[in-house]
Write a protein that binds this ligand. Structure first.
Ligand code: PEP
Ligand code: MN
Length: 338
């Protein structure tokens, strides 16, 4: 239920609406808007009668929201969510944000070298995993906190904000301390206790779509984070599992316009994990920009044959640079900046 207030409502009337909602045992979310204020209701298992609220003074209308996700829905918030990082960079505007860097932080020299290269190529944010969720327990698991310290050093060196993954509640605490954006990976999209903890933090979160998750499930996972109070959330399409085996996953570009219609949250595309193949990353990055993604997250390595993780899908820095030049030209036609 969304309770829309009259344009001239008093603060007391708004308070009364919140009180009524809380008295019923539900949660009230005041949503200030440019033209009108609304109060979202969550926690009700059954649909509510609009008349429960429409008779209260100062209330214009009560609109039932049929979707199971509320705070992530456009019904609750019409305008786009824009996330502002500490260095002033905004995500969710007409600027296409490029996050780039190695799959994994391998050592300080490698990370700083690649960070410098992606900065020079024009990327806005450095990516790199310190905690790696690997399919095999024998594969490189990441450097952990040591990796986070290296990312912080790369940020000091380049000025690039850092996005890095938390894989459980223990690593979340450490990632919160060092990162500018906390990544929650595909394998953890439905780790609800992790989502709840991330929702209590005051740092932006990038939530990746699970490899077999529907978009409704992605939005329900987003809801876990938003419901705990963290509104600085962006989503990421990173490919889903299909019968097609020419690429590692199948990039579901439908997700971009579908999410943008259903939700106000920014949507980022990861063409690297979506395809697993270097030569597909450039064309699918262009495609993602063309369908209106707010950003890209791309794996880059200057010595991909030496990479400890995901070398075959990593772009060398010169290809990133060439891609960004193409995207810039595309943006002139399609109306986005880089
Ligand atoms: C990653 O971005 O490092 C990663 C592991 O991606 P995903 O969770 O999409 O597999
Ligand atoms: Mn990877």
């Amino acid at each position: 239920m969304l309770v829309v207030m009259d344009a001239g409502h008093s603060p007391q009337q708004l308070k009364e609406v919140v009180k009524r909602i809380e008295k019923m045992g539900f949660k009230a979310h005041v949503i200030p808007g440019a033209n009108s204020t609304a109060v979202g209701v969550t926690g009700n298992a059954q649909p509510l009668e609009p008349s429960l609220f429409e008779n209260l003074p100062g209330v214009k209308q009560a609109i039932p929201v049929s979707k199971p996700y509320k705070l992530s829905s456009r019904d609750f918030k019409h305008g786009d969510t824009v996330i502002k990082l500490k260095n002033g960079l905004e995500i969710g505007t007409d600027r296409l944000i490029v996050m780039a860097g190695p799959c994994a932080v391998e050592n300080e020299e490698q990370t700083i070298r690649i960070a410098r290269a992606v900065k020079k190529a024009g990327a806005h944010i450095l990516r790199g995993g310190a905690f790696k969720p690997r399919t095999s327990p024998y594969a490189f698991q990441g450097l952990g906190v040591e990796g986070l310290k290296i990312l912080a050093a790369a940020r000091r060196e380049t000025g690039l904000p850092v996005v890095t993954e938390a894989i459980d509640e223990a690593s979340l605490e450490a990632v919160y301390e060092y990162a500018d954006i906390i990544q929650i990976g595909a394998r953890n999209m439905q780790n609800f206790s992790l989502l709840k903890e991330a929702g209590k933090l005051d740092k932006p979160v990038l939530l990746k779509r699970g490899m077999s998750a529907t978009l409704d499930e992605l939005l329900m996972s987003a809801e876990y984070i938003l419901a705990e109070g963290n509104k600085q959330l962006m989503l990421c399409e990173r490919g889903i599992r299909t019968f097609s085996n020419h690429t590692r996953n199948t990039l579901d570009l439908n997700a971009v316009p579908v999410i943008q219609k259903l939700s106000h949250l920014p949507i980022i595309v990861d063409p690297s994990h979506a395809t697993g193949l270097r030569d597909k990353v450039v064309p699918l990055s262009r495609a993602a920009a063309a369908v209106g993604a707010h950003g890209l997250i791309i794996e880059v390595h200057d010595r991909p044959h030496e990479a400890l993780c995901d070398g075959p899908q990593s772009l060398p820095p010169d290809q990133l640079k060439a891609l960004l030049a193409q995207l810039k030209a595309m943006g002139k036609v399609l109306g986005f900046k880089l």
